[in-house]
Design a protein around this ligand. Structure first.
Ligand SMILES: Cc1cc2nc3c(=O)[nH]c(=O)nc-3n(C[C@H](O)[C@H](O)[C@H](O)COP(=O)(O)OP(=O)(O)OC[C@H]3O[C@@H](n4cnc5c(N)ncnc54)[C@H](O)[C@@H]3O)c2cc1C
Length: 256
């Protein structure tokens, strides 16, 4: 994609191949990654580290947290969930994405090349790294958004936009939900056998003479208890003490 100083092009041996590259690891990107990784797609999330939700003072309308949750902690939880689903996360900025023969090639600010069959862009209002791709509709309303259909597809096969970037309302749960929806759309477009990502009790399908559908899993009571214990242990660790990160405020707000 980019020329090396000697004009020979990026060294292919530096290439890193993925099924799915998620650009942006805020709430939308991490949610999307959980779904693609759980569907066994090799998923990489590259994130610049400044999800806007870090600016929130206390997140009180994200389902599942009756007294609210520290938004930095929510991001940690989403990251842990993506890790456990099998996705890889890296800190960094994607500077450029372009279409290549069998998907996309992306370049990081460090000059690293990443190849992926699919790209999910979840970068809130950053779109400049998509400039090299014909057919991406960028909407300028003072801030930039990417034009998509109702399931997050852009005008370019294999390229999706999720969350606020796709003009979804400016609410964390909606952006997270949209990330999940876009990932499921990608799975459907990929034509892979997929029904739902469900964990069901033993016999739920099989006792009715059905195969366990692709994407689903049946677990017995022992396994259910084991998973619940593990979940309690992990949540106790995450909620054991106050989150160490300071809340981030708007850059224009000056210290007294
Ligand atoms: C002060 C404040 C308070 C808020 N409070 C609430 C609230 O109480 N309830 C609520 O529902 N919502 C709240 N929100 C909104 C919520 O934060 C957003 O809806 C949500 O974070 C958007 O999710 P997203 O994944 O689309 O974008 P983000 O979470 O912003 O994630 C985008 C990510 O993309 C990364 N990125 C950008 N460009 C690149 C690139 N080129 N390469 C790699 N990574 C890149 C960024 O670093 C960032 O991590 C608040 C927002 C603010 C500003």
């Amino acid at each position: 994609m980019t020329d090396e100083p000697d004009g020979t092009g990026t060294d292919e041996s530096d290439s890193d191949d993925w099924d799915v590259l998620v650009v942006g690891g805020g709430v939308a990107g991490l949610s999307a990654a959980v779904f693609t990784a759980r569907a066994d797609l090799d998923t990489l999330v590259v994130d610049g580290g400044d999800s806007i939700v870090r600016r929130n003072a206390h997140l009180e309308n994200y389902p599942g947290f009756p007294a609210g949750v520290n938004a930095r902690l929510l991001l940690d939880l989403l990251g842990e969930q993506a890790d456990r689903a099998g996705c890889e996360r890296r800190e960094g900025e994607i500077e450029r994405v372009e279409v290549v023969e069998d998907g996309f090639a992306a370049e990081t600010a460090d000059g690293e090349r990443l190849d992926a069959e699919y790209v999910i862009a979840a970068t809130k209002n950053t779109t400049d790294y998509l400039d090299a791709i014909d057919g991406v509709g960028v909407i300028d309303r003072g801030k930039s958004f990417v034009d998509t259909d109702e399931r997050g597809r852009t005008g370019v096969d294999g390229l999706y936009a999720a969350g606020r970037l796709a003009e979804k309302p400016y609410q964390a749960v909606i952006n997270a939900g949209h990330g999940a929806e876009v990932a499921v759309t990608l799975l459907e477009d990929d034509d892979r056998p997929f029904y739902h990502d469900w964990v069901a009790p033993e016999g739920y399908f099989t006792d009715r003479g059905r195969e366990v559908p692709p994407g689903c899993e049946e677990i017995d009571d022992d396994e259910r208890r084991r998973r619940e214990e593990e979940s309690l242990e992990i949540m106790r660790e995450f909620f054991a003490e106050r989150h160490p990160d300071e809340q981030v405020t708007h850059p224009s707000v000056r210290d007294e």
